[in-house]
Design a protein around this ligand. Structure first.
Ligand SMILES: Cc1cc2nc3c(=O)[nH]c(=O)nc-3n(C[C@H](O)[C@H](O)[C@H](O)COP(=O)(O)OP(=O)(O)OC[C@H]3O[C@@H](n4cnc5c(N)ncnc54)[C@H](O)[C@@H]3O)c2cc1C
Length: 355
């Protein structure tokens, strides 16, 4: 039995390939949902709102290949003609014509559509939710995995589809993993770990009219970046983006007020009449951020080659986007890492069959 720890994109890609190859596996997931850093909320009005991963580009060929294989469609991000640079202290504060941009794409129905498509390929018993792994112990040829509820699972191979910093701090390995690996993992930034995403849903995309800016960039707050979040059918509307991470320390109603005020200053009074407000503070998510961290650079140690080695006598394989050789930290990296983990398991499986 292969055990995959983590049901984010990388873990689900490995699971999907193992299913196709008829290799038995079980996923242990700490949360009660799939997707990890892919987290599309659906409002009461059925508007998909991305609280996590949202965009990809033509360079992300691993992701595009998977989307095509699963027949998941995508659509270009609406940009409009203008953007607004919001910094009242700057002489550049104001509305500008948008220069030609690389097109970014979003997944139809929300990024969770990809996660759901992968999940549909699995059986109900292939995954255990609310099963945070706390300990991995090697006993003779087997690996024993202990979860928070004291359940134990026996495995020949484990795929760690969890951000490196999280497993390095949260999981006890007996015997210990090599010190250099642990040190690098503890100093690997989990991409977007400090982000706050926020969105305001509207009945109509009023900012698409009268040459209003559809994109806001700011050095002040609360939104540092805000984009049109209309769905592909153009019948659900929202503005969505990133808030200044420092705002996690103020109370939620105050944060919402600041968001609405900023939008109203730029787009007019209509911005105060959203139908719903949503936000997610990723640095408060135990499976994304390690709270006692010191400062880390964006993408620090992402893609480090040590993550593509196997450990514990070749029985421990590291996945997660941060381990990928190309575009680590991004959805594309998660697909690459999930595929690589499957290749390693599959090669071992074929070798054992040959004996
Ligand atoms: C706010 C935000 C915006 C982003 N925007 C983009 C974007 O626009 N484009 C892009 O390409 N990428 C973006 N990303 C990055 C993208 O989300 C990730 O690269 C990708 O989703 C990572 O997938 P993963 O499977 O490697 O890890 P994760 O999604 O982190 O999945 C890890 C899983 O492991 C589980 N887990 C953790 N610890 C344990 C444990 N001890 N036991 C059991 N389970 C455990 C977690 O609950 C989680 O489900 C964004 C991320 C965030 C947070």
């Amino acid at each position: 039995m292969i055990i995959i720890i983590g049901a984010g994109l990388s873990g689900l890609v490995t699971a999907y390939r193992l299913k196709q190859a008829k290799i038995p596996f079980l996923i242990l997931e700490a949360k009660d949902r799939t997707g990890g850093r892919i987290f599309t909320k659906t409002t009461d009005n059925q508007t998909p709102i991305e609280m996590g991963a949202t965009w990809f580009g033509k360079q992300h060929q691993n992701l595009i290949g998977l989307l095509n294989e699963l027949k998941v469609t995508a659509f270009p991000q609406y940009q409009g003609d203008y953007y607004y640079y919001d910094d009242p202290d700057s002489p550049h504060h104001g509305k500008y014509k948008l220069p030609p941009q690389e097109v970014n794409y979003r997944i139809e129905g929300g990024s969770k559509n990809l996660i759901n498509k992968l999940f549909e390929k699995l059986e109900k018993d292939d995954i255990r939710f609310s099963s945070r792994v706390e300990e991995i112990r090697k006993e003779k040829k087997e690996l024993i995995i202990k979860t928070e509820n004291n359940n134990e699972f026996v495995s020949e191979q484990i795929i760690l589809a969890v951000p490196p910093k999280i497993w390095a701090h949260q999981i006890t390995f007996i015997p210990s993993l090599p010190q250099d690996l642990l040190q690098i993992a503890k100093n690997t930034q989990t991409w977007m770990e400090d982000s706050i995403k926020a969105a305001v849903e509207f009945e109509k995309p009023f900012w698409r009219e009268n040459s209003q800016p559809a994109t806001i960039m700011s050095n002040s707050e609360p939104f540092t970046e805000c984009y049109d979040h209309t769905n592909q059918k153009e019948d659900k509307f929202a503005l969505c983006g990133f808030l200044n991470p420092g705002l996690k320390n103020i109370e939620a109603p105050k944060r919402k007020d600041l968001v609405l005020k900023q939008l109203a200053n730029i787009l007019g009074e209509q911005a105060l009449h959203g139908t719903s407000y949503h936000e997610y503070i990723w640095s408060e998510d135990d499976y994304v951020k390690w709270p006692k961290d010191s400062f880390m650079h964006p993408h620090q140690n992402n893609g480090h080659p040590i993550f593509r080695q196997c450990f514990l006598n070749n029985q421990l394989i590291i996945a997660s986007s941060e381990s990928a050789a190309t575009f680590p930290g991004y959805m594309d990296g998660a697909v690459e890492a999930g595929e690589r983990a499957f290749d390693v398991v599959n090669q071992n499986f074929e070798r054992l069959k040959g004996h």
